[in-house]
Design a binder for this molecule. Structure first.
Ligand code: SAH
Length: 346
């Protein structure tokens, strides 16, 4: 059955023609799905009973059931586990900031990129998510919280550029008119650096922010943390980032997870500053979230601040990522993983 929530308005119009319905029905259905966030065809009360029946027979309406929510007592951050149609589970996060609510979504069930410090990749990739499955994480969270979602970051489990076509469609449905219509400037896509896809995305000329997971200032060190760096070298990645900026005018965000004794030395900061100085960018420092399968540890606070100061001295824009929801398996992929572990034991 066709996944109706993954269809664009013009695809939906073609579907209505195929069913012998009036074209304007497509707009009504689109609004029920993407604006009013209907979970059931029966909610679509401006359609005839007969058409609702027909839709039920012909289309699948993806709605992600919520398996579990955990809310941080420290900062109100909530983590959600959703179940997909095939039984896999994915996680999403709602972060409450002064400037509005931000949702972090998964783009794949699992991941095949193999970054050493990341829990999401330990069991490999199950599959990429459909546009509807990415959207519905946001829709269900907005309905659950009864508050509008302002920002979306594609930084949960998975490599979004490894699920490129679905990602692009998702971005169009999310930011286009007639749906939640979130401004492209309020959407961030984070990648480990799939060079050809960064270039392809640049040519779409969207106004979304690209976040690049850098984590090291030299090719050798990046390879030890991120296997993908062997395929796409640091210099190729930085060239692609420059290209993204040229094509879109959007400043790149570089993510740098600080790991004690690995990439947090004064020399690392100096090397990083030299590398990024020529670029129009922003650096986001993230003290690594320790996962039990690896022995990576966070630098102490003073070291993190020194690292920041040292980049700032070279005129680089830096923020230290506030760690939210540490008390609720906040680190990437940990909630999903601990859930899958207990399921396996059962
Ligand atoms: N695959 C994409 C998006 C998902 S990961 C990417 O690689 O960018 C989102 C960010 O969290 C990435 O920068 C990733 O490197 C980082 N990350 C993953 N596990 C982490 C951990 N344990 N501690 C700190 N950052 C982590």
């Amino acid at each position: 059955m066709t996944d109706i929530k993954s269809l664009t308005l013009s695809e939906l119009q073609e579907e209505m023609e195929r069913l012998g319905e009036k074209r304007f029905r497509a707009g009504q259905i689109y609004s029920w799905l993407h604006e009013k966030l209907a979970d059931d065809f029966q909610e679509m009360t401006n359609l005839s009973g007969a058409l609702r029946e027909r839709l039920e027979q012909e289309y699948e309406l993806i709605r992600l059931p919520l398996v579990k929510v955990q809310t941080s007592a420290q900062d109100g951050t909530s983590k959600f586990l959703f179940r997909l149609g095939d039984g896999s589970v994915i996680e999403s996060v709602l972060m409450r900031y002064h400037h509005g609510n931000s949702v972090c979504i998964s783009s794949q069930a699992g991941c095949r990129m193999g970054c050493r410090f990341c829990a999401s990749t330990l069991d490999g990739l199950k599959r990429g998510l459909a546009p509807s499955e990415m959207l519905d994480q946001i829709y269900q969270i907005q309905k659950w919280s009864k508050e509008r979602v302002h920002n979306v970051v594609v930084m949960g489990t998975g490599e979004p550029l490894d699920n490129y076509d679905a990602l692009l469609k998702f971005l169009k449905l999310l930011t286009g008119e007639g749906g939640l219509h979130i401004s492209q400037r309020n959407v961030t896509v984070s990648t480990c650096g799939i060079v050809p896809r960064i270039r392809q995305l640049a040519e779409e000329k969207l106004q979304i922010t690209l976040a690049l997971s850098l984590h090291a200032s030299s090719q050798e060190k990046r390879e030890t943390l991120m296997p993908v760096a062997k395929k796409y070298t640091l210099s190729q990645v930085l060239d692609a980032c420059r290209y993204y900026f040229e094509q879109t005018g959007r400043r790149i965000t570089f993510e740098y997870s600080l790991v004690s004794g690995v990439n947090d030395r004064e020399e690392d900061a100096a090397e990083l500053a030299a590398l990024l100085k020529p670029l129009n960018c922003h650096v986001n420092l993230i003290p690594v979230n320790p996962i039990k399968e690896r022995d990576y540890v966070q630098p102490d606070r003073r070291k993190v601040i020194n690292f920041k100061n040292s980049l700032e001295k070279s005129g680089i824009n830096v923020t230290i990522r506030r760690e939210m929801g540490r008390d609720i398996d906040g680190a990437c992929g940990q909630l999903r993983r601990s859930y899958m572990d207990t399921e396996k034991k059962r």
